[in-house]
Design a protein around this ligand. Structure first.
Ligand code: MG
Length: 155
């Protein structure tokens, strides 16, 4: 068994879509990034790659590469799942937390889980997504950005 840990942050700005776990969430701001800036999927990919000691998403999908401009992060997750397959790893489970003051994410979480399980080709109940605020503290509390943490276990 191998454990992996992933963390990511993106800045909230105007005139961008808010995409978390592959779900477009109605909100006045969205996350800034080279790809679709799906901070949750980025943290999950870094956990998976970390568990395999295969570097991080910056190594696999450099943000200097125009190919990844506005990339669908679920598509990148499919590729990470392929890499793990090649190395003979099986994902046991993924647990994750989105740290976000606004908007409320509860209603979107089931679809995020479904998207992530599908992209990573995992059975039901393999993926957990939770959301929390930081009680108004720090950059997430001020609504300047959204953070995500993820851990995973590989067999
Ligand atoms: Mg990122």
């Amino acid at each position: 068994m191998r454990i992996g840990n992933g963390y990511d942050v993106h800045r909230l700005v105007e005139n961008r879509k808010l995409i978390l776990g592959g779900v477009e969430i109605p909100y006045e701001k969205g996350l800034l990034g080279h790809s679709d800036a799906d901070v949750l999927v980025h943290a999950i990919m870094d956990a998976l790659l970390g568990a395999a000691a295969y570097g991080d998403i910056g190594k696999l999908f450099p943000d200097t590469d125009p190919k990844f401009k506005n990339a669908d992060s679920l598509q990148l997750l499919r590729y990470v799942a392929d890499v793990l397959d090649v190395y003979g790893y099986k994902v046991v489970n993924i647990d994750s937390i989105i740290v976000c003051q606004q908007p409320k994410l509860k209603d979107y979480i089931p679809q995020m889980i479904k998207n992530i399980e599908e992209a990573a080709r995992l059975p039901q109940n393999s993926v957990s997504v939770k959301a929390t605020t930081e009680e108004g503290l720090g950059f997430t509390g001020a609504g300047e950005g959204i953070a995500a943490h993820a851990v995973c276990l590989l067999d």
